[in-house]
Design a protein around this ligand. Structure first.
Ligand code: AMP
Ligand code: ZN
Length: 508
């Protein structure tokens, strides 16, 4: 822990709680410890950038909680069963089962393939792995036990091997149904859906917690009711209870999950143990592309790889993973974020400016004890504001703006527009620590130029060596060799650029 971390750790953290619709002072159930559950991906296809935005948002939340000194158990699940086409609860095909049928693979091959792809992408975006990453298929027993408890408590009923949650009975008795998503009981009563199997339900707003499998259905388990599989919402109730307890601190996910997924999760937990699962519900807002929600179903989507390579009609060129992470940090997690080519270009510039500012800061030295009062005060105020903004519901865009206030001063000192003697040594040391902590530990950025895009020092050293050899070839006018090196690197996805200050490289 750095000296400055200790000072900021003690400050109050406010979190916007979807349950109350207000920012609340965060109080963990157990002093110094936090249990946090975030809904993970459904692993039936490549993650798109919208998914990544949500996971990067919660990565910053996780990192900041760690930075504040909490011991955090971060659980993020893998959904590998139960999530049906159209996000309905019954009467449609399981997304993973369907993909397995179409590709003639085992469902677990599908889940494995896309889980690995997801992990790779999370790594590229430099997100920390969760403490536990449970799979829905690995927790069928817990889910069956939960269905039993819900039935025993009178909130579940069986019809022909499937089990449904009685929403109307629950809503009338517990008065919490609809609290999270803002749905009213009257709206639920009026709800109708013309889908297969809806007639088994006592009411259309009831939802399946156990589903009897059709004879052709690939994923199936024995249960007291039928050979079948769990409903989508059930896994998160069962796994959060298993690893974080019946009542825990934070539950997160994308805002599109508020209803029905999270509302039904709350109902299931109450139904099984008569208690609220999480005290704070956090929802990230959607990533848009050119003003419309990014979604696979209407083709308005871009994969991270397309963004890195520039291979998409939506963008004019490729962008590096850290420019994209910076782009995400530039908006608050509760605001929508619109992906456009212009916005990405601006983010790329902003990211470079921040990294260069940091390098300029590191290069400054000072042995001044008493400098310019106003200047040093302003810099200290900017540093305090960084943490005040992060404590204010993780306001990354405002905290970034505070860093840029300081970057301007640093650059001016470097360019001798501000006299270096005005900067005190203690202010400078503190700034170096704050920048390092916030940029790398909290924002999770990496300096792609100095570290190599994957943060691997060895590959960075190897790249330096290759660039040096190419430079030697150029000096010897061996253009063929210099071009071969450049073209071979390009084939492996590495682009080198010759500029005034020498040769640099980046991933395509
Ligand atoms: P899924 O794989 O569909 O279960 O979604 C995984 C996560 O990505 C969930 O938390 C969703 O809320 C989130 N998500 C899906 N689409 C978007 C989007 N366009 N922007 C932000 N998050 C999204
Ligand atoms: Zn979930």
């Amino acid at each position: 822990m750095t000296e400055y971390q200790a000072i900021f750790m003690a400050d109050e953290l406010k979190i916007y709680n979807t349950l109350s619709g207000e920012k609340e002072v965060f109080k963990p159930l157990v002093e110094g410890r936090i249990g946090m559950y975030v809904c993970g991906p459904t692993v039936y296809s490549d993650v798109h950038l919208g998914n990544c935005r949500t996971f990067v948002s919660f990565d910053v939340v996780y990192r900041y909680l760690l930075y504040k000194g909490y011991k955090v158990r971060y659980v993020r699940n893998i959904t590998d069963v139960g999530h049906l086409e159209g996000d309905t609860d019954i009467g449609a095909e399981d997304k993973i089962s369907k993909k397995a049928r179409l590709e003639q693979l085992e469902p677990m091959e599908i889940a494995q393939k896309y889980t690995l792809g997801f992990h790779q992408m999370m790594d590229i975006f430099n997100t920390l792995p969760p403490s536990i990453e449970p799979r829905a298929t690995g927790h069928i027993i817990e889910q069956i036990e939960m269905v039993k408890a819900i039935i025993d408590n009178g909130y579940g009923y069986e019809v022909d091997g499937s089990v449904y949650f009685d929403t109307i009975k629950f809503a009338k008795e517990k008065k919490v149904y609809g609290q999270l998503s803002g749905r009213k009981l009257d709206d639920l009563m009026a709800e109708t859906r013309e889908l297969k199997k809806q007639d088994e339900k006592r009411h259309p707003s009831d939802f399946a917690i156990w589903i009897k499998a059709d004879p052709t259905h690939l994923m199936r388990w024995s249960s007291p009711w039928s050979v079948g599989f769990p409903g989508w919402h059930l896994e998160c109730s069962a796994m959060s209870t298993r690893y974080l307890g019946k009542n825990f601190d934070i539950h997160g996910g994308g805002g599109d999950l508020k209803f029905p997924h999270h509302e039904n999760e709350v109902a299931q937990n109450y139904g099984a143990c008569d208690c609220a699962p999480a005290n704070y519900w956090m929802h990230g807002n959607m990533l848009l592309m050119n003003g419309k929600k990014m979604s696979k179903s209407d083709g308005n989507t871009i994969t991270p790889n397309q963004l890195f390579t520039g291979n998409s009609p939506h963008i004019s060129k490729g962008y590096s993973p850290m420019s994209i992470r910076f782009f995400m940090l530039q908006s608050h997690y509760r605001s929508t974020l619109d992906l456009t080519d212009e916005a990405l270009q601006a983010a790329e510039k902003g990211y470079r400016r921040l990294m260069e500012g940091y390098q300029n800061l590191l290069a400054l030295t000072s042995d001044v004890k008493t400098g310019d009062q106003q200047l040093n005060q302003d810099l200290r105020a900017s540093m305090d504001k960084v943490f005040e903004n992060l404590d204010d519901d993780f306001n990354t865009p405002k905290a970034l703006a505070n860093l840029f206030e300081m970057v301007s001063v640093v650059n001016s000192i470097k360019n001798a527009q501000i006299d270096a003697k005005k900067l005190q040594s203690d202010t400078l040391e503190k700034m170096k620590a704050v920048f390092n902590d916030v940029i790398f530990d909290v924002f999770g950025l990496k300096d792609e130029k100095t570290e190599g895009a994957d943060g691997d020092d060895l590959s960075s050293e190897l790249m330096d060596l290759i660039i040096q050899l190419r430079q030697q070839a150029r000096e010897e006018k061996n253009w063929a060799m210099a071009d071969t090196i450049r073209d071979s690197l390009k084939k492996t996805g590495i682009v080198i650029k010759d500029g005034k200050e020498g040769t640099s490289w980046s991933l395509q």
